[in-house]
Design a binder for this molecule. Structure first.
Ligand code: SAM
Length: 287
């Protein structure tokens, strides 16, 4: 036994050949908490020479963690969003960002919302709910045919099966003219290949089409070498895009970022906000 506990001083004395560990009732309870809840081995507690207050703090922190204090879940309150997402709220690689999409889209007071990358339409549902609240038109572009999706507020939804870069260069202006809209995007959500070269091309083709106060929202700016980590602490296997989206954005903004951290910035005439969790979501708003 490496030492014994002096209850009065709250310290373990160094002790060759001393009596075995002795605790007061209070210490015993705290040590029990530490070894069971915090899973700290008794040998560690003794070796670290922990005082009673430190042991109490560790036990409190461990019990807070055990009760789920560091895990965050989400609710959808607005009836239009709630209805729009019904049955489609994850956990997925984008589920933590649906409220963010809804909030910043409405905040942009959009006339035209463009989504690049639709697949199963999870982001589409949040953006369409925002379009309904903001009385906006929405256009989704995907290289695959997504017209079969069962979406709420379909009357506001337009789908274009096309390569997004090619469509920005040829087709978008005519599509807007046919709809009686200015060829300007108020909210541009990008969630396509996640690759560096393609994201660079998307930025070059679509950023000039952004309206004067427009906002771009990029998903997958933190794919963490292939693991999705959500705010409820659940995880799932994803892909490693070799920092493709965030690298292209860094070049566009002329900055280097640590995408594992939450941050805001002002760069290259844009207000930037980055959420690091759930594959990362970066908001880039013209100012
Ligand atoms: C990650 S999924 C989109 C997920 C969707 N935003 C959601 O929340 O459910 C990516 C989509 O981008 C599309 N895509 C990939 N490359 C594209 C390109 N060059 N042009 C248009 N769409 C593309 C894929 O077909 C796929 O449906």
């Amino acid at each position: 036994m490496p030492g014994y506990f002096n209850a009065k001083e709250g310290r373990r004395k160094g002790t060759k050949n001393k009596l075995p560990v002795q605790f007061s009732g209070h210490h015993t309870a705290v040590v029990l908490l530490l070894t069971t809840v915090a899973k700290q081995p008794l040998s560690y507690i003794l070796k670290k020479n922990l005082g009673l207050s430190k042991m109490k703090r560790m036990a409190k922190e461990a019990s807070f963690r055990k009760r789920g204090g560091t895990r965050f879940k989400q609710d959808f309150h607005h009836p239009v969003l709630k209805e729009g997402l019904r049955g489609h709220t994850g956990p997925t690689d984008i589920s933590d960002h649906l409220s963010t999409l809804f909030f910043f889209t409405i905040d942009a007071k959009p006339k035209l919302i463009v989504e690049l990358g639709t697949r199963g339409g999870e982001s589409t549902r949040a953006l369409l709910a925002a379009a309904a609240v903001a009385d906006a038109t929405m256009l989704s572009v995907d290289i695959e045919d997504c017209t079969g999706l069962d979406l709420p507020h379909r009357d506001r939804w337009n789908f274009m099966k096309a390569d997004d870069v090619a469509f920005a260069k040829k087709g978008f202006a005519k599509w807007c003219a046919d709809k009686g809209l200015k060829p300007q995007v108020d909210v541009l959500f990008i969630d396509t290949s996640h690759f560096y070269e393609h994201t660079k091309q998307e930025l070059a083709a679509w950023s000039p089409l952004l309206s004067p106060n427009g906002i771009m929202l990029f998903h997958d700016t933190n794919m963490r070498r292939g693991m999705t980590a959500r705010m409820d602490q659940s995880i799932s296997i994803g892909i490693d895009n070799d920092r493709g989206v965030i690298r292209a954005l860094e070049e566009f903004l002329g900055k280097r970022y640590d995408e594992n951290r939450f941050f805001t910035d002002i760069a290259n005439g844009f207000l930037v906000m980055h959420y690091a969790h759930c594959n990362g979501m970066t908001l880039v708003k013209k100012i």
